[in-house]
Design a protein. Structure first.
Length: 115
């Protein structure tokens, strides 16, 4: 982290102590579970997307880099776009069956959920 990361200190009040060091809370990343122990759920969703259908993969436990890697693999295999953030993978379009099959073949614990 940069020494002059002012966005992390927005709520800080001025201190007159010359030895004061502001410490931010470090967010610990979760350890990556092996694929067989992951309990992923594959959903179809239309809410807040202008009526367009997306495939959601929820329940991933692990660091953000591994989530991004899994999302990239799914997007390439399906030939579509999407994103991965906040522990959730978004794949554009109705690809629930194909995504579930790809996850099972990759060794992940996966179930179809929702409608």
């Amino acid at each position: 982290m940069a020494d002059n990361d002012w966005k992390q200190r927005l709520g800080m009040v001025f201190s007159t102590d010359p030895d004061f060091k502001y410490e931010t809370e470090e967010i610990e990343e979760e350890e990556l579970l092996p694929p067989a122990q992951q309990k992923l759920r594959v959903w179809l969703d239309r809410k807040q997307r202008g009526g367009k259908v997306v495939t959601l993969v929820k329940g991933f436990v692990g660091p953000d880099d591994d989530l991004q890697e899994l999302a990239r693999m799914l997007k390439v295999k399906c030939g579509v776009g999407g994103s991965a953030k906040e522990g959730e993978i978004i794949i554009q379009g109705d690809h629930r069956d194909r995504v579930a099959d790809l996850l099972v073949k990759a060794g992940y614990g996966c179930k179809k959920a929702g409608s």
